[in-house]
Design a protein around this ligand. Structure first.
Ligand SMILES: C[S@@+](CC[C@H](N)C(=O)[O-])C[C@H]1O[C@@H](n2cnc3c(N)ncnc32)[C@H](O)[C@@H]1O
Length: 252
């Protein structure tokens, strides 16, 4: 899968996207990431890429020409328009479902705004989708783009060593993950749950499911309204909620 990031600050990406799992997937050629410096495309004699907004107010706005030319340096020779995403606090709020959607693409162009944002005309010209990483405002789209690329990349086949690595994880199938333990078996008097030492595969799987249900109920009960729950899950949750003396508003 290929990402082309249009940014004024390509240097911000090298450390984060060059190390660890993503760095190794890039080395193995499973992921290609290009960081395109918008400033290189400015036709202004001082290589300016921003100007005052017509609407007044403080701050500067990124001008359309360098962004458009940077975009065309990627898109001009392609047989079809690449999916082009503008990182924006006004976009769809990013989640695992959107990550799955994007992981199915062969190529994505990500545009990072800065300052007060970007001239609307170039957005209208090139952008297919806006993505926000939450209801807050960042100084630029770079951190948001890195978060999106990281979450999408780990769903690309071959990036993680095996599929279970992401299929069991929080959000992938609508629940939060169960608690996990590693060595030592006892830490500051706290022992790992005995069932994990039992070697009984089926019981351990059921324990993991139940713990995921409890975790989700305790931390994100809103997710249970849409999670794909079996009759067995519902019966377990009902019993658990009753045992706490709470009323079941999740799965009546
Ligand atoms: C200061 S923000 C501009 C905000 C814009 N004036 C507005 O009110 O919608 C600068 C840039 O940061 C990025 N950005 C800020 N918050 C973001 C968020 N929550 N998710 C994704 N990108 C964000 C966008 O690329 C944006 O162009």
């Amino acid at each position: 899968m290929r990402f082309d990031v249009l940014t004024l600050f390509p240097g911000m990406f090298s450390a984060v996207m060059g190390d660890s799992i993503i760095g190794r997937a890039r080395d193995r050629g499973i992921l290609e990431m290009n960081f395109i410096d918008i400033r290189e495309f400015s036709l202004d004699k001082h290589r300016k890429t921003d100007d005052y907004p017509y609407s007044g107010g403080g701050g500067m706005l990124m001008t359309p020409q360098p962004i458009y030319d940077a975009y065309m340096s990627v898109a001009a020779d392609l047989p079809k328009k690449p999916l082009t995403v503008y990182m924006s606090p006004q976009g769809r709020v990013f989640n695992e479902e959107i990550a799955k959607e994007l992981a199915g693409q062969e190529q994505i162009v990500l545009l990072c705004g800065h300052y007060e944002g970007v001239d609307q005309r170039v957005l209208d010209e090139i952008v297919d989708m806006e993505i926000s990483i939450g209801d807050f405002v960042l100084t630029g789209g770079e951190i948001a783009a890195m978060a999106v690329m990281d979450a999408v990349s780990r769903l690309v086949p071959g990036v993680l060593p095996f599929e279970e690595a992401y299929k069991n994880e929080s959000h992938y199938s609508g629940l939060l993950e169960y608690p996990q333990y590693t060595r030592p078996p006892e830490f500051r008097g706290r022992k790992i749950p005995e069932i994990l030492l039992s070697g009984h595969h089926a019981n351990i799987e059921r324990w993991k499911r139940e713990q995921a249900l409890i975790n989700t109920y305790e931390k994100r009960p809103d997710m249970l309204k849409t999670a794909p729950l079996t009759e067995e899950d519902k019966a377990f949750l009902e019993k658990y909620i009753k045992s706490k003396g709470e009323s079941n508003q999740i799965c009546e």
